[in-house]
Design a protein around this ligand. Structure first.
Ligand SMILES: *[C@@H]1O[C@H](CO)[C@@H](O)[C@H](O)[C@H]1NC(C)=O
Ligand SMILES: *[C@@H]1O[C@H](CO)[C@@H](O)[C@H](O)[C@H]1NC(C)=O
Length: 350
């Protein structure tokens, strides 16, 4: 190649890479998790009253929540635009596929949201809903798309033995059928800090070491390591796409959003409209990210913590399961914030 030809070649390579960069920026290459909430009255994506089997704990409107602005915000990343959720396209692309959420009630929250989003796109399309053991399945019959939920709050095993219920930080035997799915979305965090009567184990085991208790953040990290090894050894990531839902934040302490007099999320009607949260990210997010980096196979983090932190207005508060007797500032109203998690999931999946 002559000097001149070389220069032309380099020039066109540069144009080509700039073009590619621009294309990537539109899709997965873009940081979907840094941005802000903007008012957009073309949202919500569905009317929750049309949603099949919407559970009471998320049905804020039905439970009498008077303000409904919380469902009319759209997440706007700084450097790109999210593709608007298209339920028909989602169902077409996932024809015959099995999608499973594995985790606690925040997984239930996201699973219900996705069912609502899809059903409202094809309201006349037949569906059925079944339960087998721990696993609920919602099937869009025409498309053969199965949306599954496996309630499993720690991901690692809890086994009843003579000595009591043992939380086994280095064992995943429960997850045998997970690897058969086409898409998996995992989540665990909220149960790691439970103590007292609602703690569903008596002892913690690591290898042959059995202990009454230990630092919970350390236990969480060990369990994530076990889960990561499970992904690396068991999942064929060419066949199964693996996501981690990320840490869904709670809002019980107004000081963390700059309103020290607020003792819960009750009465919050507006999101924070900036891009950062005064109280910063919770420590478990760092632990999670560090654990995901140790996994060799591709796992996509739905890094929804910051965008959800900004949504102190999105929780059921007095319009959840316990009403006035227990403000719920952990779960999310539907329609609402989990619809955005799913819109981001959709942007990865199409
Ligand atoms: C649900 O729909 C699927 C797909 O059409 C079908 O195979 C399955 O038998 C149905 N289950 C029930 C309980 O109706
Ligand atoms: C067992 O685990 C506990 C809690 O992590 C630790 O303090 C202790 O040193 C361990 N014992 C052995 C023998 O490894």
């Amino acid at each position: 190649m002559s000097c001149k030809e070389n220069a032309i070649f380099n020039g066109s390579a540069l144009v080509l890479s700039l073009l590619l960069l621009a294309l990537v920026n539109e899709g997965e290459g873009c940081d979907m998790f840094t941005g802000r909430w903007v008012k957009d009255t073309s949202y919500p994506l569905y009317d929750p009253s049309t949603c099949p089997h919407l559970r009471r704990e998320f049905a804020c409107k039905r439970n009498g929540r008077p303000d409904l602005d919380y469902s009319t915000f759209r997440w706007q990343p700084h450097n790109c635009k999210l593709a608007r959720f298209n339920g028909v396209e989602f169902l077409e692309k996932n024809k015959g596929k099995k999608i499973m959420f594995v985790g606690d009630s925040l997984s239930l929250n996201q699973w219900q949201s996705l069912i609502c989003m899809l059903h409202s796109s094809v309201p006349n399309s037949p569906y059925n809903s079944t339960m087998q053991g721990n696993i609920r399945t919602f099937t869009f019959e025409e498309y053969g798309v199965e949306l599954k939920l496996d309630r499993n709050v720690y991901l690692v095993d809890v086994v009843s033995e003579k000595i009591g219920r043992v939380l086994k930080l280095d064992s995943i035997n429960d997850g045998k059928n997970w690897a058969e799915m086409d898409t998996l979305i995992f989540n665990t965090w909220h149960w790691w800090s439970r103590r007292g009567p609602s703690q569903p184990w008596d002892l913690i085991q690591i290898g042959s070491n059995i202990t009454k208790d230990m630092d919970r953040m350390a236990a969480f990290e060990i369990a994530l390591g076990t889960w990561g090894k499970w992904v690396d050894t068991v999942v064929d990531t060419k066949k199964t796409r693996v996501f981690f839902q990320g840490i869904s934040p709670s809002h019980y302490n107004g000081a963390s959003w700059g309103e020290p007099t607020a003792k819960s999320c009750f009465g919050q009607k507006e999101p924070l409209l900036g891009s950062s949260y005064p109280g910063g990210l919770p420590r478990e997010v760092g632990v999670l990210k560090r654990s995901l980096e140790k996994i060799s196979k591709p796992v996509t983090l739905l890094d929804i913590t910051m965008l959800s932190l900004l949504r102190k207005d999105g929780h059921p508060s007095a319009y959840g399961l316990k009403g006035q007797n227990g403000y719920d500032c952990s779960h999310w109203c539907l329609s609402g914030v989990p619809d955005t998690w799913n819109e981001i999931l959709y942007n990865y999946m199409i």
